[in-house]
Design a protein around this ligand. Structure first.
Ligand SMILES: [Zn+2]
Length: 66
């Protein structure tokens, strides 16, 4: 009785592993998309005072501007 359940658990674990390592993940894009905050392509790096960086996203400046 327990053997069948063990095999099923093993199968589920394998399937989960394949989904995790699969190169085609449908949810991957959603996670990479920037959060919709009303601002268009800003860096958005949070400062310690709660403000966010107003430079363009991916700016070359090493410092952030709040
Ligand atoms: Zn910034």
């Amino acid at each position: 009785m327990g053997k069948v359940e063990d095999q099923r658990a093993l199968k589920d674990a394998r399937r989960a592993e394949q989904q995790r390592t699969s190169p085609t993940r449908p949810r991957g894009r959603a996670q990479q998309a920037p959060p919709a905050s009303g601002t268009d392509r800003l860096c958005g790096h949070p400062s310690m005072s709660g403000k966010t960086c107003t430079r363009p996203g991916g700016h070359i400046e090493t410092s952030h501007r709040y």
